[in-house]
Design a protein around this ligand. Structure first.
Ligand code: P61
Length: 460
């Protein structure tokens, strides 16, 4: 399944940003002051920043040129029309509502499409997505295939929905009690795992039979399209644009965080075909985001997004993107580092359970591994395990996800293969002294989306 060739960067670099590593003693002070939470480290104190691929993209010369063409009118910006035309062409939806970022779109969709007490099945939870669903009275149900929860299992299209799980939910709860199905392409917390076109078609057929709406989380849809082209029969000869268009032909709409596959630093949108839903979304967007012709973005943001979305569909771009991430995965696998298999589209996820077998999940091994990796190397990563999963809304108990991971997330068009070698070296040397990674406990635990701002201390 994995190809061993890694294409050279399909771009040359016109502007650079200096990075530097601070001494270990200083990193020790920094991580303590950050309460062992990598979200709380000042960016200047980071050497290689793999916290996220969200909003950390390098824009092209064409996007920067577009920024100069921003029409900053309060209403009717021409850049919105450009974005609207582009999104219609790429995804095929009739309506687009701009938002400041992905969670703005999730907020609108959850408010207009969920009635309290309704179920919202999805292929694994995502933090902000589930938060908005629950805040609006929805009950999230995980219907991803079981294999997605098994880190070491190496199979393609690990992000697929298990149709039997979905059918069972419909049978048990009744179609009227299902708000919509949320299908993420790719699945972030499963390791950036893709969904096959076949699965999308099947989910479409099943939901259509019951009149249930199907919304995609389109955030990393171009990466998903690349995997379909590479690994699904019948797609090798198709363009990425054709594949994306087909993927979305099976959906009623989507939410999008433009900060990922639109190759920009901020922005998002909500799409749909239904006129009534569109008019409800437009009524709400002015409450939370801004006019329906900007939704929290500037004119220049929308221009950069329209251009970035088209650039992301170029085969050379997306091939390099996915294979650069795979390169890091391959270097780590060769050294025996435990991680989620196979390598997904945007990140390598270290398996903290196997990396730190001396810690229980309640000692927060992934949180501690991320903090220690920063201390040892200046590389910043992100916990994706028990801290991210939060507490059960009803019982107040910590949720215990099977996947307890640290995400090494690769920003788009930012780092080189030499940087990947450096990161691999840092992880490998930490693995050799993994027993030094200590357990943590909370000293401050926020009530909502706790991972962003929580603070910890070491336990003996
Ligand atoms: C990330 F620690 N992702 O991966 P917004 N859907 C999906 C996302 O990946 C996503 C959003 C919706 C981020 C940023 C982030 O727990 C966290 O534009 C599949 O960020 O609002 C965002 O899009 C939301 C980091 C978000 C987190 C939530 O790094």
């Amino acid at each position: 399944m994995n190809s061993t060739s890694y294409p050279a960067e399909p771009f040359r670099i016109k502007s650079v940003e200096q990075v530097k590593i601070i001494p270990r003693e200083e990193r020790e002070k920094v991580i303590r002051e950050a309460g062992f939470n990598t979200f709380l480290i000042p960016s200047e104190e980071v050497y290689i920043d793999l916290l996220t691929d969200s909003g950390t993209n390098a824009m092209s010369d064409r996007q920067w040129a577009g920024m100069m063409m921003g029409d900053e009118a309060y209403a009717g910006s021409r850049n919105f029309r450009h974005l609207e035309e582009t999104v219609r062409e790429v995804f095929g939806f009739s309506h687009i509502v701009p938002t400041h970022q992905g969670r703005g779109a999730e907020n609108l969709l959850s408010q207009i499409a969920i009635k309290p007490g309704q179920y919202v099945p999805g292929n694994m939870y995502f933090t902000t997505t589930r938060y908005h669903q629950e805040r609006n009275g929805g009950i999230f149900v995980d219907v991803i295939r079981d294999e997605a929860h098994d880190a070491s299992l190496k199979i393609p299209f690990k992000g697929n929905i298990d149709l039997q799980k979905l059918q069972r939910l419909i049978d048990e709860k009744g179609a009227d009690n299902i708000a919509y199905v949320c299908l993420a392409v790719t699945v972030n917390l499963a390791g950036g795992q893709p969904v096959s076109m076949e699965n999308m078609k099947e989910v479409r057929a099943l939901t259509a039979r019951y009149g249930i709406r199907l919304f995609y989380d389109a955030t990393r849809c171009v990466e998903n399209a690349y995997f379909i082209r590479e690994q699904e029969e019948g797609y090798a000869g198709k363009s990425i644009s054709e594949i994306v268009r087909e993927m979305f032909s099976y959906a009623d709409g989507c939410t999008m965080s433009g900060k990922k596959d639109c190759l920009v630093n901020i922005g998002g949108f909500l799409c749909m075909n239904d006129d009534e839903l569109f008019s409800e979304a437009k009524e709400l967007v002015v409450v939370y985001e801004g006019m329906p012709s900007y939704g929290g973005m500037t004119g220049r943001d929308m221009e950069a997004m329209a251009i970035g979305l088209k650039e992301s569909l170029q085969f050379e771009y997306i091939e390099h993107r996915v294979k650069q991430v795979r390169y890091l995965g391959d270097r780590l696998r060769e050294a025996g580092i435990p991680m989620i298999e196979p390598t997904g589209g945007h990140a390598v996820f270290l398996d903290a359970r196997r990396f730190c077998p001396h810690l229980t999940q309640d000692q927060f091994p992934a949180q501690s591994l991320a903090a220690t990796l920063y201390l040892e190397s200046g590389v910043r990563s992100m916990e994706r395990g028990i801290i991210s999963a939060g507490r059960d809304r009803k019982t107040g108990e910590n949720l215990h996800p099977k996947l307890e991971t640290v995400r090494l997330t690769i920003p788009r068009r930012v780092y080189t293969y030499a940087h990947m070698d450096l990161v691999a070296g840092a992880v490998i040397s930490l693995y050799r002294k993994k027993e030094t990674i200590r357990g943590l406990r909370f000293v401050y635990e926020p009530k909502q989306l706790r991972f962003f701002t929580a603070r910890f201390e070491e336990i003996d």
